[in-house]
Design a binder for this molecule. Structure first.
Ligand SMILES: C[S@@+](CC[C@H](N)C(=O)[O-])C[C@H]1O[C@@H](n2cnc3c(N)ncnc32)[C@H](O)[C@@H]1O
Length: 387
């Protein structure tokens, strides 16, 4: 499955302005592109990398993107004199089979860290099926890093509402959801309480496993309450062309990933926190689990071992869980019946108008007007049709 990213034009605009990210990508493309070569812009958005590839001499550029933003690429290509060199593929890359493989594939499908949705599988597939032997993959490699962090404003805005309020209400049931939620952060060097440890090197030229399981020990460099773990990446787009979303570096669109520690334990300088961080891709998203324990400088535990997980931040209704059970026998409800009829009518080769008329006849209580039936049919079919 692929869940659309849902970026707006403003989001894509921020990506274009995001420096040094754009400048480094542009430099890497300029170095990798040889006159007349074939380039794939994977996850093109509006296709700015595709336009740059043409500018740097590519002979053919294939821009792949499921989002409607890609429909604006051809007008932009015309405006820049590149229309004859660009092919637009409005789909996800894993559905695309190329006629010729690319000499260069350029993409940036990260979230706040490199392990984001199907990024790893997407690039592993692109490497295997879309890239010519000896071709260049941009980005080349990311290194994930982690450190202890203080984030006092998050403690106030995210955690405190569930622990204390002006009305004397006990809202503590909400605490476990809040403290297990993954947050996007923009922290500074002074917010860090330990040196960074390396979590993983993600080499896009070889990686196949999207999951992470890493254990690190972080040593507090100063005393105080530690709010959580901050995770970021150092990107190497090509040899010698790097940028990072580490604290202290220019703020980038990605932000950093923050995982809170239950009860924000107080540390003394020299205390250590052992952390086992696991990221397991489940469906379209990562489930993050962080097991941690505070030890004093001599290695003696200073509290229990704690297990946290983004799983605990999700609210599952007992009804929804029962529905997902393999023992459940699903029953048709009225919405399903309308959709079943709608899809069957599509199979009969009817026009949308005919489909709507038949649906209205069969389900007048739910589709009282022709317009309501038309809207319903369009919505139902929109789930299956792109473009
Ligand atoms: C962060 S945006 C990058 C846009 C632009 N390339 C840039 O770097 O400014 C990532 C884009 O990748 C697209 N994407 C993610 N996975 C994809 C896939 N497998 N095939 C095609 N597009 C994909 C998303 O829809 C999103 O528009």
């Amino acid at each position: 499955m692929f869940r659309p990213a849902g970026y707006s034009v403003v989001d894509y605009g921020h990506m274009i302005e995001c420096e040094p990210r754009m400048g480094i990508y542009a430099e890497a493309m300029r170095a990798a592109i040889t006159p007349g070569c074939t380039v794939i812009d994977l996850g093109a958005g509006f296709g700015v990398f595709a336009l740059l590839a043409c500018k740097y001499g590519a002979g053919h550029v294939i821009a792949i993107e499921p989002d409607p933003s890609i429909e604006q690429l051809m007008p932009m290509a015309k405006a820049n004199g590149f229309a004859d060199r660009i092919t637009v593929v409005r789909d996800i890359s894993t559905n695309y089979t190329p006629e010729t493989k690319a000499d260069v594939i350029v993409s940036d499908c990260r979230g706040s860290i490199s392990l984001y949705q199907h990024h790893v599988a997407t690039l592993a597939d692109a490497r295997a099926r879309l890239l010519a032997p000896g071709g260049t993959l941009l980005p080349m490699r990311d290194t994930l890093r982690i450190a202890l962090a203080q984030w006092v404003s998050n403690r106030r805005s995210t955690i405190r509402p569930w622990l204390t309020n002006n009305f004397g209400l006990d809202l503590s049931v909400g605490y476990r959801f809040a403290v297990n939620e993954e947050r996007k952060a923009y922290l500074r060097p002074e917010d860090l309480m330990s040196a960074a440890a390396e979590l993983a090197v993600i080499d896009f030229r070889t990686i196949t496993d999207p999951n992470l399981d890493a254990t690190v020990e972080l040593v507090a460099e100063r005393g105080g309450a530690v709010d959580g773990l901050l995770i970021w990446f150092d990107a190497e787009i090509a040899e010698g062309l790097t940028y990072s979303n580490a604290p202290g570096e220019p703020e980038l669109v990605y932000g950093q990933m923050f995982l809170a520690l239950d009860n924000a334990p107080r540390l003394a300088a020299g205390d250590r926190v052992t952390v086992r961080l696991r990221g397991i891709l489940q469906g379209d998203d990562y489930l993050w689990t962080w097991d941690w324990q505070v030890l004093d400088a001599a290695g003696t535990p200073r509290g229990p071992s704690v297990r946290q997980s983004t799983f605990l931040s999700h609210m599952f209704s007992p009804k929804a869980l029962a529905r997902a059970s393999d023992l459940n026998t699903p029953a048709l409800n009225s919405q399903m019946m309308i959709d079943r009829d709608c899809l069957a009518l599509v199979g009969d080769g009817r026009t949308l108008d005919e489909i709507a008329r038949t649906l209205q006849e069969r389900h007048p209580e739910h589709l009282p007007t022709h317009q309501a039936a038309l809207d319903h049919a369009a919505l139902c079919l929109g789930r299956y049709n792109r473009g």
